[in-house]
Design a protein. Sequence first.
Length: 444
Amino acid sequence: EAVGLALWDAFVKFDHSRTGLLRAPELYSMLLYLRVPALSPGDILDFCSGIGDAEGNVTYEAFVHAIVGTDADEEDEEEKGEGGAEEATEEATDADALGDMPANAPKMDRIVSSTLVPPTGAEELSILREKRALAEAAEDEEDQAMEAAEEKRIEDELREEEAAEDQATGANPRLTSDAIEYDLTTGRPPRRLTSRGDYLYQDDLDAVYKTPIGTMHLQLLPRGLLFLPVPFSDSSDQRTILNSYTMRMEMMIPSLPPSGKYQALLQTSVHGEEDEAIIVVGSNGAVGSRMSGSHHQATVKGGKWHTIHITVCSSTLTVMTFVDGMLACNLQPDDMFRDGRYALQGGVCIGGSSRKDEELELRIRHVTVTSRALSAVEITDQNMAGQRDEQNNDDNDLFMMVLEALTQRYPDSDPDVSMVSFIVAEAQGSNISERFMSAMAMLG
């Protein structure tokens, strides 16, 4: 108002490029012309970055809102109502002379001077803008370097903690020349294990007294799955793709799926979102596939721990499953081919399936993946060795249980260790609970 210009007049007068936008040098000229005090090039760049577009160009609408707020719109509407038809014609002629204006700009209420004011300080603003950009880039680079250093510090701390844990409890997973072993009995998730859904660690309980015995197992809850990376390959280019392999899993299904339904056991897709599980457990306890195949008598029972072997052999195009060392199913899938859905693409997915009603509760102690298809003889020998280890563990547990029972029965005398060993060897039963009852019966 001090220089006799309305907002629209000022905007058009300094739009030297006639783009309907004010660039920083044009805005600089305007504010100097309007005698804005203590104005610097930095102020101009700050103003443009605050109300301008990505390139710092200012529209008329943004300019008005920045100067006087939304009240300017009402002022423009009042100004538009004062003129007549003659003024409207003159406005149109003048608008044509000045070039296209923004569509939302109010009509001019009087003829605007055709003398456009040239921009000011274009080079100075450009140099300052470049300096600011370099300073911002340097600041960003410094921030990124600090973030990278912090991430490295945290990673180093995690590695030190993992190294200390490995030294105390052993590496988990444990990698050999042809196998990777995941131990899920420690209560500490193995490295690189990922999951979808929930899982818990539960205590293994004494068969008789139902008290914790010092080991645990992983409880995978319904709609959950585990993904265990497999870091070795059978390919010459070192890709982590296994076309022939064997997976061994110590697992327990609390209850078998209902009639006509299945429980997902093994999936090869990452996080099991893409395909159906390739190995499932049926309502009858059969471990195999939905497709036809040669099924045998070995099955799993709900609520009982089993050792499951799954072998996939790309050379014979066969898939075999074993339950506690006994052949359960022999399949020759029609859709089995190299690097196909039966190949491990970087790891194993346990419990996952595109059919969500098949993602049921599963309990797991150990998972081992071997980078070749073991023979039936090797699986039988491996299972017998495991049974011997389990038998030895049961014998040791039973020995301690009988010893404790005798100590409680005869607190004033030391138990006869040789007699306890004899009773443990002679105790009969299919599980440690039955054997304990047999041992107590022999003691009378």
